[in-house]
Design a binder for this molecule. Structure first.
Ligand code: ARG
Length: 458
């Protein structure tokens, strides 16, 4: 097939080289953005008298028809075209004749593809942010329902101090809130129009870049044409934000996997988000959580791939940059799928406060509170820490817990111990006393929930 760019060259390219070079298989998903961008471009060309107003209108009508036909399925992508930009232009010219050939005045595929990708990511990122919000909402409602459910908080995966399940979940809510912030921040820097930068140097035509930018909902225009066509920072920023988001989902997935194990049994995931084993009838596998954890690596890979693609590129456009799209698309698809499965998985998760409590009752997670008790009675913390540790050792040797040890036993370690020590080391009291901002007390967790809710409304 004759190439749109035939002229400089006469010979056909090799079939394998054509396939290698072509991107329509994957960039066809930007057809809406490509057509919308071209409509704004045609309108500007007409308004500025660069092409006749009647021609601009014919082009816009033709593009509208192509958009509708692609959406309805009446028109199929021609995989023999090099990319989506060539395809749309080719169909346009088939449909409206030579007038269609005027569309590509005062632009290049270099600014066109940069434009399409920004428009595409603007739409997808808004979707990803709204899906992230769904996960946040699921976390909040589980945190609300479990704000008084006591379980051991861990460090080094060793039982450390009593916390509430609501507190634990709200930690993830804070992470996701920062993710939303990062995505929003990146999207603001992304909303800059490259169209009109043309191939690299700008153009001799009297264009109006602001007119196109405003028509397409951009906040600004790229101020240097070389940068406008070769900047992919917006992809990297979003990929970084997605990689961090996935890291958070992956950490929570890891916890869900642990918590739903027979050893923990803190939660039970809904049958809708688990699978059975083909051979072991007793099993309920947390496949969705495992896959989210597993797919995190893909998104990291997408980020690394694009960083690597860009690192050696001289200005301005280079064909290497065509590699940006598959990385970006893969990350977008992966993150969306993970979020879509995550929100309902959290929402339908059944918590088992009795098992959390049971785990909290063994492991001496109130030993810090026992030491604090002595400190309040005047002992320096280091000495209190030591006594508390000796009492724990005694309990372990005698197969008992701090709550069960009689007062006489305590007195052998320090005369400061009185009957009121038992209420001090009561697990619920340990939680309730942690009223510091951001702490685990019910009131503090309620404040955290209110904070996140407010941030989501803003
Ligand atoms: N398919 C190309 C890409 O994705 C479009 C831009 C091509 N420009 C060029 N001068 N070959 O990057």
């Amino acid at each position: 097939m004759a190439k749109l760019w035939a002229g400089r060259t006469a010979g056909d390219t090799d079939q394998i080289a054509d396939d290698f070079n072509s991107s329509i298989r994957f960039d066809c998903r930007m057809f809406r953005e490509d057509i919308t961008g071209s409509m704004a471009h045609a309108a500007m060309l007409g308004a500025k008298g660069i092409i006749a107003q009647a021609d601009a209108e014919a082009i816009i009508d033709g593009l509208q028809g192509i958009l509708e036909d692609l959406e309805s399925g009446a028109l199929e992508f021609d995989l023999a075209c090099e990319d989506i930009h060539m395809f749309v232009e080719q169909v346009l010219t088939e449909r409206i004749g030579d007038v269609g050939k005027r569309l590509h005045t005062a632009r290049s595929r270099n600014d066109q593809v940069a434009l399409d990708l920004r428009l595409y990511l603007r739409r997808e990122n808004a979707e990803i942010m709204s899906l992230t919000k769904d996960v946040l909402q699921a976390l909040i409602s589980q945190a609300e329902a479990n704000k008084a459910a006591i379980l051991p908080g861990y460090t080094h995966l060793q039982r450390a101090q009593p916390i509430t399940f609501g507190h634990h979940l709200m930690a993830y809510a804070m992470m996701l809130l920062r993710d939303m912030d990062r995505m929003l921040d990146a999207s603001m820097r992304m909303n800059v129009s490259p169209i009109g930068c043309c191939a690299l140097a700008g153009t001799t035509y009297d264009t109006d870049r602001w007119m196109e930018a405003i028509a397409l909902g951009f906040d600004a225009i790229a101020m240097n044409s070389l940068d406008g066509v070769s900047d992919r920072d917006f992809c990297l920023e979003l990929l970084s934000a997605y990689a961090i988001l996935m890291m958070h989902l992956s950490r929570l997935s890891e916890e869900l996997i642990l918590w739903s194990s027979w050893e923990f049994q803190f939660v039970s995931l809904s049958d809708a988000y688990t699978t059975g084993s083909s051979i072991m009838p007793q099993k309920k596998n947390p496949d969705m959580a495992e896959l989210v954890r597993g797919k995190t690596g893909r998104v990291y890979g997408d980020l690394m791939a694009l960083l690597t693609t860009l690192k050696g590129l001289p200005l301005a456009y280079n064909k290497d940059m065509q590699e940006d799209k598959e990385a970006v698309f893969d990350a977008v698809d992966t993150v969306k799928m993970c979020l879509q499965v995550f929100a309902p998985m959290i929402e339908t998760m059944v918590t088992k406060p009795e098992n959390m409590k049971k785990a909290a009752q063994t492991g001496f997670i109130n030993a810090t509170d026992l030491a604090d008790y002595l400190v309040k009675k005047g002992l320096p913390f280091r000495s209190a820490y030591k006594i508390s540790g000796q009492l724990v050792a005694k309990c372990i040797a005698e197969h008992t817990v701090l709550e069960e040890l009689p007062l006489e036993a305590y007195k052998q370690f320090s005369e400061l111990f009185e009957e009121d020590l038992y209420s001090e080391i009561d697990l619920a009291a340990c939680v309730e006393k942690r009223i510091s901002q951001g702490g685990t007390s019910v009131a503090s967790v309620e404040a955290q929930i209110a904070y996140v809710k407010e941030a989501l409304e803003a």
